[in-house]
Structures are given as C-alpha cells and as structure tokens.
Design a protein around this ligand. Structure first.
Ligand SMILES: NC(=O)c1ccc[n+]([C@@H]2O[C@H](COP(=O)([O-])OP(=O)(O)OC[C@H]3O[C@@H](n4cnc5c(N)ncnc54)[C@H](OP(=O)(O)O)[C@@H]3O)[C@@H](O)[C@H]2O)c1
Length: 280
C-alpha cells in the first residue's frame, strides 16, 4: 500500500498546529492560502492536491463574535465544511472535521453521539449546519465533536488563567458551567486512530468533567468561584455538556493532560533562545 496523502486545513489554528506535529508529512493550508467560504477555490484546491484524507481544523471559533456576525459564522462553519465535503466526494478523499459540544443545549448533561442536538447559540447552530452539510454531501466522513480545547499556539483558558493570575490578587471564575477539557495534542493523536474507523460522528475529549472554576484551580492558586451572572455574555452556553465517547477507547484524564501541557510549556520557556534564556 502507498503512503497516505493528508491535507490539513486551518493549519495555523491551535488544533491545526497539534495536527501538523502528528502528521508532519501533510500538506498544510492556512486561512491565507484558502478561504473556506470560496466554494470554487475549495473544490479546485482539493482536486489539485489530491489528498487521501482531508482534516479540517479551520473554523470561526469566537463564540461571542458569532452572535454579532451571524452571517459570517454560518458561511464559515456551516457552508464551508459543505464545500469541503463536496470536494472530497468528488475526489474520493476521507474528510475528518471537528465539531463541538455546543451543538447541545446542556439539559441532558451527558451526551452520546446519537443524541439529538439543540444548539442555544449562533456558534453551535453554525457548527451543526456544518455537520449536516457534510452528511448531506458525502458518506466517508468522520465528524469529531470535542470541547474546551487547550494547547500550545492558541488563545485558550489555561493561558488566560496564567496571565490573569499574575495581574490580579484573585481571579473570579464561573463555577456553574461544566464540561470536559481537552488537550489538542491528545486529540490530534486520537485523530489518526479515528481515520481508520467507520464513518460517522465521534465524541472525543479527555476523561473527567469539571467546572471552569475547578479547571482554573488546577492551573493557578488564586482562583475564586463565582456564578455566570457575574460575567454576563451575549452567547448562551450549555450549563453542563459532557460528551460521552461510546465508539472508541478513552483518552487520559484532563488532569494528566494538563500536567503534560504545563510541563511542555515550562520546557519551551527553558529552551535555549527563549526570551527567559536570552532569546528575543
Ligand atoms: N477551541 C475550543 O475550545 C473548541 C471546542 C470545541 C470544538 N472546537 C472545534 O475545533 C476546531 C479547531 O478549533 P481551534 O480552537 O483550533 O480554532 P482556532 O485556533 O480558532 O483556529 C481556527 C483556524 O481557522 C482559520 N479560519 C477562520 N476562518 C477561516 C476561513 N473563513 N477560511 C479558512 N480558514 C479560516 C483561522 O485562521 P485566522 O485566525 O487567520 O482567521 C484559524 O487558523 C474547530 O472546528 C472548532 O470549532 C474548538
């Protein structure tokens, strides 16, 4: 059997960067290289590159901004994945696409892959449209729903907490929203396995459920619990959304994953050439 040619879309994003490490031979396209909302270009790029597998990590992920820019959210997260699926159906490539726990409203608390979605914000609605566009355009897809991503190279909760902790005596964090934190490196490694499994929807997160406050308390020493009412937001969020994986083996606990991430961060800081060691 020949080697598998993989194309990663959204390669500069937080998850995209982790995927590039796991698939070092993959062809990488960033937002600058390919605009997902341009149907002709999406189809032409896939046709030209001829990948066996397309992994799409590109998305409009700013949950608050999606409320304001509804049209853009639906074009990027809804129609864009549909164009990629059309392209993959045309060339016979497998499509791996990432979706979110925000396709659920949180009332059931724990969700298996077959539970009916009911998003309560624009981001979740746009991501759900993406799922249905993919399923409507091709058969050989893997949709991986995940949640609360953290990892190097992105704006994420762990980095925000570390920064706030240095600036403030006490960091207030909401203690009434629950979910499953997930390390991008673990998810990227697991993606390799999912490609070899049957088409369909997969729920992939690190193990363990916690509130944002509990998560924060594992990162910094000065977190203090508060309610969501103290931090009003435009986008509603599910109060409790735990994705249950019924299709493949579990990943490690988020606390182990967090330790690995914090260890890696420290090693980067200590590496020769890093700012702490005289680099610029
Ligand atoms: N982050 C989370 O907590 C979380 C939770 C559940 C699911 N997910 C899903 O996981 C996937 C990866 O998320 P992430 O956190 O790695 O996202 P991210 O860091 O925001 O990266 C997304 C990438 O998509 C690119 N992009 C945005 N609009 C585009 C467009 N119109 N055309 C082409 N590229 C575009 C962005 O480029 P620019 O920055 O240059 O625009 C960015 O590089 C997404 O599908 C997301 O919905 C994320």
């Amino acid at each position: 059997m020949g080697t598998v040619k993989t194309l990663i879309l959204g390669s500069c994003g937080m998850l995209g960067q982790a995927l590039c490490k796991v698939f070092p031979e993959a062809v990488r396209l960033t937002h600058r290289d390919l605009e997902l909302t341009d149907r002709q270009k999406v189809i032409a790029s896939v046709k030209k590159i001829k990948p066996d597998v397309v992994i799409n990590a590109a998305a409009y992920t700013d949950v608050e901004a999606c409320e304001e820019k509804r049209g853009l959210a639906f074009r990027v997260n809804g129609h864009g994945p549909g164009y990629i699926a059309e392209a993959c159906a045309g060339t016979g490539a497998i499509l791996v696409h990432f979706s979110t726990d925000y396709v659920f409203d949180g009332s059931k608390k724990e969700y298996v892959e077959s539970d009916p979605p009911n998003p309560i914000n624009v981001y979740g609605q746009s991501k759900l449209l993406g799922e249905s566009k993919i399923a409507g355009n091709m058969k050989n897809y893997r949709i991986i729903r995940t949640s609360w991503l953290f990892g190097p190279g992105g704006k994420n909760f762990v980095e925000t907490m570390l920064q706030l902790s240095e600036k403030m005596d006490v960091v207030k964090v909401v203690n009434d929203q629950f979910g499953k934190p997930t390390f991008t490196s673990d998810l990227a490694r697991k993606t390799g396995e999912i490609i070899g499994l049957k088409p369909g929807i997969y729920h992939i997160t690190n193990e363990g459920v916690c509130s944002w406050y509990e998560f924060a308390s594992s990162i910094i020493g000065n977190a203090f619990p508060c309610t969501s009412e103290e931090f009003p937001k435009n986008a509603k969020r599910p109060e409790y959304s735990a994705l249950l994986n019924t299709k493949t083996g579990p990943m490690n606990h988020w606390k182990e994953a967090l330790k690995e991430y914090l260890r890696e961060r420290q090693n980067v800081d200590k590496a020769p050439g890093s700012p702490e060691n005289g680099g610029t």
